[in-house]
Design a protein around this ligand. Structure first.
Ligand code: ZN
Length: 54
């Protein structure tokens, strides 16, 4: 099974958008990239919130 995001690396992790599925669909590299973009969104949200509150 090849990673469904990059189609290059071997999939070693399940898609976290599909918690019911245990099929491995994502490589660790893409998984980390996702986490990074998640973090960016969270940080942005926090900045927005703190601007509103102040
Ligand atoms: Zn990948």
């Amino acid at each position: 099974m090849v990673c469904k995001i990059c189609y290059k690396e071997k999939a070693t992790l399940p898609d976290r958008n599909k918690p019911w599925s245990k099929r491995k669909e994502i490589c660790s590299k893409c998984h980390q990239d996702r986490l990074k973009s998640d973090l960016k969104v969270i940080i942005k949200d926090n900045i927005k919130r703190s601007v509103k509150e102040s």
